[in-house]
Design a protein around this ligand. Structure first.
Ligand SMILES: O=P(O)(O)OC[C@H]1O[C@H](OP(=O)(O)OP(=O)(O)O)[C@H](O)[C@@H]1O
Ligand SMILES: O=c1cc[nH]c(=O)[nH]1
Ligand SMILES: [Mg+2]
Length: 236
């Protein structure tokens, strides 16, 4: 396993004995969108493969980010926009209001890059959260949210939704900033974290590529892909 190094150094098993919902139970949740795209399934297999190098892994996270962005932006509001073609004046559309992307550092960085390929004009609001691997509590260590907030929607992006603690904290921080419409976008979710996030924030949409089986005793998603931050940045 790619992450045995970090897992086995710990003495605590924070998820041992904690009841977890099944996949079937959380599949009924409203506002949860799970990709059914075959290209996504293909890329996910390469992401999970422990033989995929960091360079390839980062590239795949970006590509999956672009696919997820395409799905998560399908319901954005438009406004009419008049332009001149080379032949005549016509009315088209443009996205109504600004779009924000909040990558949850570090692992959210690749996903945010993929998002920006689809929405290059999006503002990027960096938010650093680190999960304490013994307690599984997230700690905020960096915050570059601007003072002026004028967005149609903000997407909190992070590949892994494990216990849900980091995602819940990120959405709380965005709500305290006054953001009215928020979506969470992730690559792999565990049923436990998906249920927690959905219960804590029933007013947000949650877009993921895949729903995995469960968290192991260390709080890692299985089958999962290991540590998404370490795999993107080569810090094993
Ligand atoms: O749902 P949770 O139990 O909160 O776990 C998920 C969080 O853990 C990982 O980040 P990590 O804290 O390892 O930081 P990193 O991105 O710097 O590796 C992941 O990218 C999420 O942010
Ligand atoms: O499986 C997991 C859980 C938390 N963070 C990760 O990067 N992977
Ligand atoms: Mg990590």
């Amino acid at each position: 396993m790619i992450d045995t190094n970090t897992q086995e150094k710990r003495q605590k098993l924070p998820m041992q004995g904690v009841p977890q919902p099944t996949r079937e139970e959380v599949l009924k949740l409203p506002r949860v969108h799970i990709s059914t795209h075959p290209v996504m399934a293909h890329k996910m297999t390469a992401l999970r493969n422990k033989h995929t190098s960091s360079a390839e892994f980062y590239q795949l996270v970006k590509e999956v980010g672009a696919l997820l962005a395409y799905e998560a932006t399908a319901h954005l509001a438009l406004e009419p926009w008049e332009i001149d073609t080379p032949l005549e004046r016509t009315t088209g559309y443009r996205l109504a209001g600004g779009i924000g992307i909040t990558p949850i550092l570090r692992a959210g960085l690749g996903l945010a890059e993929g998002f920006r390929e689809v929405i290059p004009d999006a503002q990027v609001w960096h938010l650093g959260l680190k999960r304490d691997e013994r307690t599984l509590q997230a700690m905020e260590y960096y915050n570059q949210l601007p003072h002026k907030v004028d967005l149609q929607i903000c997407y909190a992006v992070d590949p892994m939704l494990a216990t849900g603690g980091s995602a819940i904290d990120a959405v709380n921080i965005l709500k305290r900033k006054g953001i009215k419409r928020i979506s969470y976008v992730g690559i792999i979710a565990a049923p436990y974290g998906l249920l927690k996030l959905s219960q804590a924030h029933p007013d947000i949409d949650i877009y993921i590529a895949v729903l995995d089986e469960k968290l192991n005793d260390y709080g890692y998603i299985v089958p999962g892909l290991g540590d998404a931050g370490d795999r993107q940045f080569g810090t094993f």
